[in-house]
Each structure stands twice: as structure tokens, then as C-alpha cells.
Design a protein around this ligand. Structure first.
Ligand code: SF4
Length: 364
């Protein structure tokens, strides 16, 4: 129960991507505005210096008041502070420029800020629209992962430790196994008694029969036995609460660890990238370069995807991959992303959308 509550709590952390994007855009816009304002300040500062030497003008009304030299100094110091905070060479700063009364260095300030804006992070084009479309296609929430995912495999009631253990076990069983098979196997394990103590004293062959037809059942039984022993000895019958410690358990990798942190502890530590998320991210161009494995994809996604979407995107893409963007023969013709999906638009893709129309019998 606690795992579900935690999952729910984690899910609440997700916001609309539009909001996130808008925030990013706002941020960028504000950044641009800041640059503009900074440039103006700089420009004014230079004008002020000139006017302080007797040229007069709007700004001189401010700085030629009593204590004007102090005002100028403080303005220059402020300008210098602003400039240095962007990591620029102090010799090229506004202070040097203005104190010398030279106007030719103004352009350098402008160039420095232009460089700043060019350091923006990479992100895929159309990703907000694509995400919106996937949400639309997934709104019925009737994919196997929605009803038989690893967060649906624990008992309805039990101690938090037992529920967390069952969450971890379902994740271990789910590797290269369909959700429906994992869910059924967990049902048989629960009926048998799915506690650390009971699993440890159950014969390996009996466990293999209980989890059949889960893939790699012999190996997984060994992993489960060894992991259960470690949990009992080292973690007092609970599961570890960090990705690093979870990854030390036999048969537990980064994907499982991040999903476990989310489902069992309600903490989003990273994106759980399985084969569906890996494949779809590459098809959609959500990675800057094609990635070779789920772990590479996870790092690439976490580089640009707002963290408040990390939990949601796993669930969304897994179900999307189970129903529409399937490994073989993706249903591109019914996909809302068909007009903006790089995979569907690629001339090398033999998607239904790209196939040449079959010859009509009348056109011989
Ligand atoms: S258009 Fe095809 S390949 Fe692209 S996301 Fe949709 S189903 Fe997947």
C-alpha cells in the first residue's frame, strides 16, 4: 500500500510539459531581456562617463549630483561585478572600458552576452507536441503496464518492508518478461507467501515452478535468493534506499534501481529506461545521437527532459510501446505523431505511411 501511495505521491510531482516548456521559454526570454537590460545599462554607463566630462544629457542629471564620482564608481563596480559573474576576463570589463572613457569596447560586452545565450541546452524539436500526443493516445490507460506493471504486483496490505520487497521482486522478474507474465508469477508467489524468510526457505525448483514462464527463471531464482539473503543480513529485512546500494544487489541494474526508488520509496532519482523507452526515444529523436543501450538513453534523456517529467515519461512510453509504437511494425498510421516523428518521416523507414500505394489493377 505504501508503495502505491508513494508512487501516487511521486506522480503528483509531474507537471504539464507545456508548463515546463513555458517555464524554460520564460526563462530564456527573461534571459534575453536581461541581456538587453544589461546592454542598456552598459550603454548608459558609457554615456554617463562622457557626460560627466561635460557633455551633458539625460543620465548626467543623475551622476552629476553631489557625490557624483561616488555614484559613478558604485555603478562601475556594479557593472564590473555583473561582468565578472559571467566569467569574463576582467581586463575586458565594463569598468576598464568606462573608466578610460573609451567607447570602442562597448561591443565586447554585447558579444560576451551573445556567447552566454548560445550555451543553451540541446532539446529535441516538437517534443512538447509529441508528449502531448502520446498523453492523448494513452489517456484510456489500458496498456498492460497500467494494470499489471511492477507497481501493481504487491499485496493490498502488508508492512511497508514486505511491500517494498515485493516491488523489488516484481522488478527483478520483469526483466525481458511481459507484464502479464510477471503479474501472474507475482500472484503465485504472494499466494505461496512472498516474504524474505519464506522465499529463502523455499526450494529453488519450487520457486522456478512458481515463476514459470518468466524468462531466465533459473538465473532469476538465484538472484532472488542471493538478494533476499543480503536484505535480511544487511538491511534488516528491508530494501536499500539509494540507487547505488540497490545496484549492488545481484541482478539489479540502473533501470530497476530507479524504478524501485520511485515505486517503493516514492523518490524520483532518474528515468527508468527499459527497451520500450530506449527504442521510442531513438525513433522520436529524443536523443541527440542514436544510443546503443538503455543506460546511454537514460543519460541522454536526463540531460534535457525536465526532471518533473521523469516519472511520468517511463510509464507513458512503456504503455505507448506496448500498444502503438511497437518494436516490430509500429502502428504509425494511427499514431498522432506520424507527421512530426523523425522515424516515420525518414525515407529509410518502411512505415505504412511511407509505402508506395499498391498498383491498381486498372493501371496496367
Ligand atoms: S509515428 Fe510510428 S515510429 Fe513514430 S512515434 Fe508514432 S508509432 Fe512510433
Amino acid at each position: 500500500m505504501r508503495g502505491r501511495e508513494a508512487r501516487g505521491a511521486a506522480s503528483k510531482k509531474t507537471n504539464l510539459p507545456e508548463k515546463s516548456k513555458l517555464s524554460n521559454q520564460d526563462s530564456q526570454e527573461n534571459s534575453s531581456k536581461t541581456v538587453t537590460r544589461s546592454s542598456r545599462k552598459t550603454s548608459n554607463a558609457n554615456v554617463l562617463v562622457t557626460e560627466d566630462h561635460g557633455n551633458g544629457g539625460e543620465a548626467s542629471n543623475t551622476v552629476t549630483e553631489p557625490g557624483s564620482s561616488t555614484s559613478l564608481s558604485s555603478r562601475f563596480k556594479k557593472a564590473e561585478k555583473t561582468k565578472l559573474s559571467h566569467g569574463q576576463n576582467p581586463t575586458n570589463s565594463v569598468v576598464s572600458t568606462t573608466e578610460l572613457g573609451q567607447t570602442k569596447k562597448r561591443a565586447k560586452v554585447s558579444i560576451a552576452y551573445e556567447k552566454e545565450t548560445k550555451r543553451d541546452k540541446w532539446e529535441p524539436s516538437n517534443w512538447i507536441q509529441i508528449l502531448h500526443n502520446i498523453r492523448e493516445m494513452r489517456k484510456s490507460a489500458d496498456a498492460p503496464v497500467d494494470t499489471m506493471g511492477c507497481d501493481k504486483c504487491m499485496e493490498d496490505e502488508g508492512t511497508p518492508e514486505i511491500l517494498r520487497y515485493q516491488t523489488l521482486l516484481s522488478l527483478m522478474l520483469s526483466s525481458q518478461t511481459k507484464d502479464v507474465v510477471t503479474h501472474a508469477a507475482m500472484g503465485r508467489l504472494r499466494k505461496h507467501g512472498c516474504t524474505i524468510e519464506n522465499i529463502l526457505k523455499t526450494d529453488d525448483k519450487v520457486l522456478e515452478d512458481l515463476i514459470h514462464p518468466v524468462g531466465f527463471k533459473k538465473t532469476k531464482v538465484q538472484y532472488i535468493k542471493r538478494t533476499s539473503a543480503i536484505l535480511l543480513d544487511k538491511y534488516n529485512g528491508d530494501i536499500p534506499d539509494t540507487v547505488e546500494k540497490l545496484c549492488e544487489l545481484p541482478g539489479v541494474g540502473p533501470k530497476m534501481a530507479h524504478l524501485c526508488m520511485n515505486c517503493a520509496w516514492g523518490v524520483v532519482t532518474g528515468i527508468g529506461v527499459d527497451t520500450h523507452v530506449h527504442r521510442i526515444s531513438n525513433r522520436l529523436g529524443w536523443v541527440p545521437h542514436p544510443t546503443k543501450n538503455p543506460e546511454e538513453t537514460r543519460k541522454a534523456l536526463e540531460d534535457w527532459l525536465p526532471s518533473d517529467l521523469w516519472s511520468e515519461v517511463n510509464h507513458l512510453l512503456v504503455g505507448f510501446g506496448q500498444q502503438i509504437c511497437r518494436p516490430v511494425g509500429p502502428h504509425c498510421t494511427t499514431c498522432l505523431n506520424v507527421e512530426i516523428c523523425p522515424y516515420a518521416l525518414s525515407p529509410n523507414t518502411k512505415s505504412p505511411r511511407k509505402r508506395s500505394p499498391t498498383k491498381s489493377p486498372s493501371k496496367k
